[in-house]
Design a protein around this ligand. Structure first.
Ligand code: AGP
Length: 362
């Protein structure tokens, strides 16, 4: 119950929950470690993943966005094919399933009706399911064969923040543990790199003044805003856009940098804010090319780059983290920018209009 959880000195749950992210990340690492400090989880889950020939991630909203990033972890590290689906579309648009599918439901609340409808449907077909949720004993957890918990503590603000990064953390661990069980050697120390992520999160949470300044500079009066990125930055951009629209009511869209020229660039006017993520070396030149294209049409670009890839006019530099774990860090400035944009525009940050924390209707 929200009333039992104190905001303490925080003006809003959302800000408190953003700040909890470094702690949650450390807690997740600890919860999924064995006595020797190695990552581990219920062997039945690892077996279920390894027995499957394809994983189907099903989720809604922010949890869907986490699934998109999770697909990268699992495919790159564990070399297991993954499809990610929006729950509400899946039920009437079911893809042709592989021979041995495993379904992964990602849901902070574990109560989302659209996701549950798919779970019921696939159970009738005789398939197995794993639920990744923040709420032990929730419907999606009870009805699935397996559960992985987020250990993020109650999330009260309607806008999901710490649950998203916790979902990424747990998906990364799932991918790493599965890879290891399959005899695949990750070229880096995942526990160490996740610890570096937790430290980076702390550094980012300490930069609120700068985020408030960026929000004021780019978003105080604008009607719309674009988020662009390539590769995994595109998925984080989708999440940044969702966050901004749900709490500040600014029309926001996330786009793959390469898609801009296929239509969206027509929307760029003088002063349109374009928040660009540049955390991936292999697409750094291309995304910067996209920024030049929109800037030439009058856009007001705000580049957020990873340390080591930054250039002179970048607006903000993220602390260095492992290149494949950047979403865990790069989303934090986007969360904070949305928070301050909503605040400046006089919106009800924790309880935005027309939205409920968990959507228990179809
Ligand atoms: C996130 O900010 C949203 N409020 C919303 O998209 C949410 O992620 C979605 O409704 C899914 O909820 P769940 O994770 O509890 O299933």
């Amino acid at each position: 119950d929200a009333s039992d959880i104190e905001k303490g000195t925080y003006p809003h749950y959302m800000l408190k929950e953003i700040d909890e992210q470094p702690l949650v990340m450390r807690k997740i690492i600890q919860k999924y470690q064995d006595d020797q400090g190695k990552l581990s989880m219920d062997p039945a889950i690892v077996d279920a993943v390894n027995a499957a020939d394809r994983l189907y991630i099903v989720a809604c909203g922010t949890s869907y966005h986490a699934g998109l990033v999770g697909k990268q972890f699992i495919e790159k590290w564990a070399k297991k094919p993954v499809e990610v689906h929006v729950a509400s579309e899946f039920s009437y648009n079911m893809p042709i399933l592989s021979e041995k599918p495993l379904f992964i439901f990602i849901s902070q609340s574990g109560e989302t009706a659209d996701s549950r409808a798919v779970l019921v449907q696939i159970k009738e077909l005789g398939y197995q399911a794993l639920t990744i949720t923040n709420v032990p004993g929730s419907t999606l957890s009870r009805e699935a064969n397996h559960t992985l918990l987020l250990h993020a503590g109650p999330e009260i603000a309607v806008a999901s923040t710490k649950a998203y990064t916790a979902q990424l953390g747990v998906l990364a661990i799932l991918a790493a543990v599965t890879a290891e069980a399959r005899g695949i050697d990750l070229s880096f120390d995942i526990v160490k790199e996740m610890g570096i992520v937790a430290n980076a999160m702390e550094v980012l949470c300490d930069q609120k003044e700068e985020m408030e300044y960026i929000a004021r500079e780019y978003l105080s009066t604008t009607r719309n805003c674009f988020f662009i990125g390539r590769s995994v930055d595109y998925y984080v951009g989708l999440e940044g856009a969702l966050k901004l629209k749900e709490i500040s009511y600014i029309q926001a869209e996330g786009f793959a940098g390469g898609e801009l020229k296929h239509g969206t660039i027509a929307l760029i006017e003088n002063g349109t804010p374009v928040i660009a993520l540049a955390t991936q070396e292999h697409v750094n030149l291309s995304i910067r090319g996209n920024v030049k294209e929109v800037a030439a049409r009058g856009a007001n670009p705000c580049i957020i780059a990873l340390k080591g890839l930054e250039e002179e006019d970048d607006r903000f530099v993220l602390p260095a983290v492992h290149e494949e774990l950047t979403p865990l860090a790069s989303v934090i400035p986007l969360q904070l920018i949305s928070y301050y944009a909503a605040l400046h525009r006089g919106c009800d940050v924790d309880k935005p209009r027309n939205l409920a924390k968990s959507v228990t209707v179809e």
